[in-house]
Structures are given as C-alpha cells and as structure tokens.
Design a protein around this ligand. Structure first.
Ligand code: SAH
Ligand code: SF4
Length: 458
C-alpha cells in the first residue's frame, strides 16, 4: 500500500512541477514513506533521516535561503509525529497516510522563506480519495489499486487500526474509473489493495453496497484487464460470493494470500483473531473446492506473548496440513500502544523466537521449493511485465506469482504468453516460450503506448 500511496503522492505533486527522481542527491524534496508494522521497520526511519540530513546540509541554499525539503510520511509519521518533530529539527513536514492529498498546502507552508514546519497527522473526515488528481504517469503492466483502507479488527499485536484508522471502502464507481484509466495506459494486471481487502463494502450502483466479489466481477468486464488479484485478506471475511468468484471469474488469479498468524487456538484467541485453526482449514477447503489449482500464501508470527512449544507445534501442523506455495513469517515485535505489548511476563525470549522462526522458515521454504518443482514440465500463462536483466530477456509472473524470466521479443512485453517451465529455483522458475509456427500460442500482442508503460514498473 505504501507503493500505491507513493505513486499517488507523486500525482499530487506533479502539478506543482515536481517529478520523481532516482536518488536523493540534488533533489528539491525527499519524502520518506514509512512503515510502522514492526520495530525494525520504524527504526530504519531515524537512520535514514540521518543520511538525508547530511545531504540537506551539503546542498547550497537558494537565493531565499531554502534547501531540500525533507518529509516523513506514512505510519511512523502517524504514530510518532511529535517525536520526529522534536528529535529531527531538519525535517520540514510530517504527515500520515490519510492527509497526503493536502501536500500542496503543506509544501506551500514549508517552502516559504521562513519555512514553517508542518505536522499533519489528523484523520480528516473527508476521504483523501475524493481529492486526489488523476494519475500523472502510466501505472505499469502490473499495478496496485487501493480499494479499502484501515481496520476495525484490533488484533492485539497490530498497529494498523491506530495508524491507518477506521475501516473505509472507496465507492465502486471511483475504483472502476481508476482501473479503466490504468488499463487504457497499458495495465494488464491489477492487485486490489486493502488492510482487510475482503472486508470491502463499497457503495455500488444505485446506492447498493458491494462486497469484494461483486467489485471483482465488475472489474473483470474491463476489456484488456487480464488479471485481478487482491491482498491482504482476512479468514473471517472470506464470504461465499468471494469463494464462488474464484471458480467463476477467469481473470481472478488462483493465488491467495490469506494470513493465519498461528495454528494454535489459544494463541489465535489471545491475538483476537476471532477464528480457530479449524475455521481456517475449512475456509481453505472451500476455496480449493471452488478452484482446484488454488495456491496459497500466508503470514505467521512466532513468539507471540505466552506462545509455548505446544502452540508452536500446532502452527507447524497447520502449515503441514495446508501446504503453502509461499509465505512470510516474522518474530513477534512488541508495538507501543497495542494490548499484547503490555503482556510483560509472557514475552517470549528472543532466542526462543529465533529458533521457532528458523524451524518454521525451513518448513515453509521446503514447501515453496516443492511447489515450484511441481510446476516443472507444465505450461503456464505468464504475464510479461518487465524488462529482464539480460539482453533479450523479459520478466514475467505466473498465475501463482512466481517470477519467470524468459527470452522473448520486446513486442511481447505487456502480454500473457504460454511458457513451458523447464526448471525450478528457490524463488523463480525458468522457462521457454511455447512457439507455434513462429508465433506464441497466446493471443497476438496488444498495441502498446510509447514509451512502453512497463518500463516504469518497479
Ligand atoms: N490485515 C492483515 C495483516 C496486515 S499486517 C491480516 O489481518 O492478516 C501484515 C503482517 O505483519 C501480519 O499479517 C502479521 O503477520 C505481521 N505483523 C503485524 N504486526 C506484527 C507484530 N507486532 N509483530 C510481528 N509481526 C507483525
Ligand atoms: Fe492488523 Fe490485520 Fe488484525 Fe487489522 S486484521 S488489526 S490489519 S492484523
């Protein structure tokens, strides 16, 4: 979501004459868009600010005595705004994830000769989405689109409800219009974003509320949009319609990130996840019944306060039962202001967390390797979305998000091609284009705008 937000910030700043550059050296403004989810992510902010301060000091002031504007955006700004203002006097602007549409006013205040320092971390009543300008650049072959933000679930370990605010869904018409503009600019794959994306309940046509499945079905009507994904979803919001959509909407990719965090009912209850491990197993069974080739990914936290060896064993058992194509796992990180951070004595020692993380990651890695190996010999539709590192190479993604570099002519960039998978690596697949009479077996390439939008994909 920070990637999406950063692109929108660039859109807001474009009419003021700003354009993105690759490096902070010589820039007029640097915005650090930050993440507060774990301690490690927030710690990086202050060390990064130290580097930016040096760059600011190196710059010669202009005739009005101004130097580079330094801004801190995102969830660290939201949570620790006052502290950043106090600890880092060289920072000019601090603003949270819900106020960046006000950047023009903030920049005007910060860039006056006697530059004012701006702290803007209120949660405005009006949605930023109603005030954002159109996209200033093509979005890329594969891109993100925020449809839902914030969270009302209050898992006891998590800062999101405090930093991103209350759950909010954008109106469907606004989302569809944005998706259409993206597709007209060359986008072929959209990942719908939300902290709880499947809790989406946006206003649809005629004032009726639409769920995520309805939104996906409508987006699937857009000509040229070949792939739809969504992330991150919550097991409790996986409703019948969304499960059915997996069997009915061909554009909806058979790869779902569905975090479970733990396989222990005791820990799930302490986390306030409001479901059991078996509830999760049943959801997965129903999804797999709807779409047989569905592959799964998840998030896990090890060492949540009070987690015993027996609880951790339940997590391993769940992973073994489900079989993941890929997953993320983290050591529990106590976040200020969250209920779990206050469970003093129950905190799990760091070395125990380390051991559990290593054990879990070994199992998950082995599952990823065997999933990738099972793809060898099959023909997969691959969306070529980026240039490769080697000449003549394009990078693509399989339906299951595996990275697939292939030797292919540049004109095929932005199209879905059939690739025979010849080898599996830990994090990617190797493959060859399937050729028939000198052509690929896929549909003829779509005419692409120049310069090709896919070059901009990060
Ligand atoms: N809304 C999603 C998750 C959003 S946060 C959900 O409910 O599943 C992304 C991931 O970061 C979480 O799934 C969790 O695994 C991890 N995470 C969040 N807070 C954490 C913390 N305090 N310590 C360690 N990992 C955390
Ligand atoms: Fe955080 Fe997800 Fe729980 Fe919301 S549902 S509090 S975003 S982990």
């Amino acid at each position: 979501m920070n990637v999406y937000d950063s692109a929108r910030m660039a859109d807001v700043l474009a009419p003021l004459g700003y354009r993105p550059v690759e490096a902070p050296e010589g820039a007029d403004m640097v915005i650090l868009n930050t993440c507060h989810i774990r301690e490690k992510a927030s710690e990086k902010v202050f060390s990064e600010l130290g580097r930016l301060r040096q760059e600011k000091n190196r710059q010669a002031a202009d005739e009005d005595g101004r130097r580079m504007i330094i801004a801190v955006a995102g969830c660290v700004a939201q949570a620790e705004g006052e502290e950043i203002m106090a600890r880092a006097p060289f920072v000019d602007m601090v603003f949270g994830p819900q106020t960046y549409h006000q950047l023009p006013e903030m920049v005007a205040r910060a860039s006056r000769a006697a530059g004012e320092r701006v702290l803007n971390t209120d949660f405005p009543i009006e949605s930023k989405f109603d005030h954002l300008p159109g996209e200033s650049a093509s979005a890329g072959v594969s891109t993100f689109l925020s449809v839902q933000e914030g969270c009302d679930k209050f898992c006891t370990f998590c800062v999101v409800p405090y930093t991103r605010g209350a759950e909010f869904s954008r109106p469907a018409a606004q989302i569809i219009a944005e998706a259409r503009r993206m597709v007209a600019g060359g986008t072929r794959e959209i990942t719908l974003l939300g902290q709880n994306v499947n809790a989406f309940h946006g206003e649809g046509r005629g004032g009726v509320t639409w769920g995520l499945a309805r939104l996906i079905r409508e987006l699937a009507e857009i000509d040229g949009l070949e792939r739809i994904r969504y992330t991150t979803s919550h097991p409790r919001d996986m409703d019948d319609d969304l499960i059915a959509a997996h069997g009915e909407v061909p554009q909806l990719m058979p790869f779902v990130h569905l975090p479970v965090q733990s396989g222990s009912d005791r820990i799930l209850a302490a986390m306030n996840r409001k479901h059991t491990a078996d509830d999760y197993r049943r959801v997965i069974d129903r999804m797999r019944a709807a779409r047989h080739d569905l592959a799964l990914s998840s998030d896990f936290i090890v060492g949540f306060p009070g987690e015993r060896d027996a609880d951790f064993a339940e997590t391993l058992r769940l992973v073994t039962d489900i079989g993941y194509a890929q997953a993320y796992s983290f050591k529990y990180s106590a976040r200020p202001g969250t209920p779990a951070a206050g469970l003093g004595d129950a905190q799990v020692p760091e070395d125990v967390k380390d051991d559990r993380l290593a054990t879990l990651q070994n199992l998950l890695n082995a599952q990823q390797v065997s999933f990738n190996e099972a793809c060898v010999g099959t023909v997969l539709p691959v969306l070529l979305d980026k240039t490769g590192r080697r000449p003549g190479q394009l990078m693509g993604r399989s339906p299951f998000m595996q990275s697939v570099p292939v030797i292919a002519p540049g004109r095929l960039a932005g199209t879905v091609v059939d690739v025979r998978i010849t080898a599996a690596r830990a994090n990617s697949l190797a493959g060859e284009l399937v050729l028939a009479d000198g052509l690929t077996s896929a549909a003829p390439p779509i005419d692409f705008p120049t310069p090709p939008a896919w070059e901009a994909t990060a």
